[in-house]
Design a protein around this ligand. Structure first.
Ligand SMILES: *Cc1c(COP(=O)(O)O)cnc(C)c1O
Length: 381
């Protein structure tokens, strides 16, 4: 059996090695490392795939969030509501820009931001909501759009974990994750669903004016060369990364479907164990063959009999990779402590931090590997 890995980037590379090597060699030979033609081409390929008017590439997913907030002109004291259960990058940039992060609880089934908690957190200072499409499934965007409209708020979708996912509205229409709010952001970190071979990120929007503002911000606030109209940053996707991403993008739907099939196989394997709660897809119930309602950036179980930590150790001892995303809710992190937070408002994130465990999930998992993982978990829990 192949060695089980949390993410198998080498296996994925080998399948497209000759194309990738050739594309990277061409960039090196051209020496157009920054803003080369590959960047423009990838940008327009991604616009087409996402059916969004503007993709603005940048250096990483954290920058993408920061630049999105800068582009909206948010100012010190403005409150930005986001999920307590996410990677720290989301709240980090809010704090870094001297905005006020307002963390709220999440939904126990989907792990995504809870609408009732969002509503309760709104004050006259609230300017934006940042839903995170955690683990590969969209937050309840229909509900968030409604709240944002009522209170005149911006929406920045943190889509670092769900690129390629579809969101289905009540009327049956669909949109790609990250293209629903005012702005969307993503990360091309190697282990993300569309990963490059280093760091990368992008911002999405259908708003022409915002896109223009943001194109200046990523480039030192320049709209005309050497004229700096606003304070900007230096945040670029380099040509080598763009070349890799451009070759991987046509495979993204297949990558999503491999992940979904692996998730379905896991779900079947863990069926009927009263101590294990498997991931749910809100739209399709059982994980379906056809749509990308969940693209399983992570496959995350809830272990309900108190044995999560023991399971983590047991799997580690047997060399089966696994991880706890996330062991500490953000409102309990030293950097983001705030007297306003009350523990009773974070019942779900506090419980998730104690019960979740993520298993190996990537495009190269095979059934033999999954059978071993499933048996090991089932025997132990
Ligand atoms: C990975 C990730 C980011 C940050 O992306 P980087 O490219 O690593 O800066 C932001 N938000 C979420 C939810 C992520 O998973």
């Amino acid at each position: 059996m192949k060695k089980i890995q949390m993410v198998d980037l080498q296996g994925q590379y080998k399948k497209i090695q000759s194309e990738i090597d050739q594309a990277m060699n061409e960039v090196v030979a051209s020496a157009a490392f920054i803003n080369g033609p590959e960047v423009k081409k990838f940008q327009s390929d991604l616009e087409e795939y996402l059916e969004v008017k503007h993709v603005i590439p940048c250096a990483n997913g954290t920058d993408a969030l920061q630049i999105a907030m800068m582009g909206l002109g948010l100012e010190q004291g403005d409150e930005v509501i986001t999920a307590d259960f996410t990677f720290a990058a989301t709240v980090e940039v809010i704090a870094l820009l001297k905005l006020t992060p307002v963390l709220v609880d999440v939904d126990p089934k989907t792990f995504n931001i809870d609408l009732e908690s969002v509503k309760k957190a709104i004050t006259p200072k609230t300017k934006a909501i940042v839903p995170v499409h955690l683990f590969g499934q969209c937050a309840n965007m229909e509900g968030i759009l409604k709240i944002a409209e009522e209170h005149n708020l911006y929406i920045i979708e943190d889509n670092a974990q769900a690129i390629g996912a579809d969101y289905t509205f009540a009327d049956g229409s669909t949109k790609k994750a990250g293209t629903i709010g005012t702005l969307g952001t993503t990360s091309f970190f190697p282990s993300k669903n569309l990963g490059c071979y280093g760091d990368g990120g992008a911002i999405f929007t259908n708003d022409d004016d915002l896109a223009h503002v943001i194109r200046g911000i990523v480039n030192h606030g320049m709209y005309t060369r050497y004229y700096h109209d606003v304070v900007g940053v230096n945040s670029r996707l380099d040509s080598l990364q763009a070349a890799v991403l451009r070759l991987k993008l046509p495979h993204l739907n297949d990558y999503c479907s491999s992940r979904r099939m692996a998730a379905r196989y896991y779900n079947n394997g863990f069926r009927d164990n009263p101590n294990i709660i498997t991931p749910v897809t809100e739209k399709c119930g059982d994980i379906c063959d056809t749509c990308n309602c969940h693209v399983f950036h992570q496959y995350t179980l809830k272990i309900t009999n108190g044995k999560r930590d023991a399971l983590h150790q047991h799997l580690m001892d047997l060399d089966i990779p696994n991880a706890v995303y996330y062991p500490v809710p953000l409102h309990k992190q030293k950097a983001y402590l705030d007297d306003r937070y009350k523990e009773e408002d974070f019942k779900v994130t506090n419980a998730l931090a104690e019960t979740v465990i993520s298993l190996p999930m990537h495009t190269e998992l095979d059934k033999e590997q999954q059978d071993l993982i499933i048996k090991t978990v089932m025997d132990f829990v």
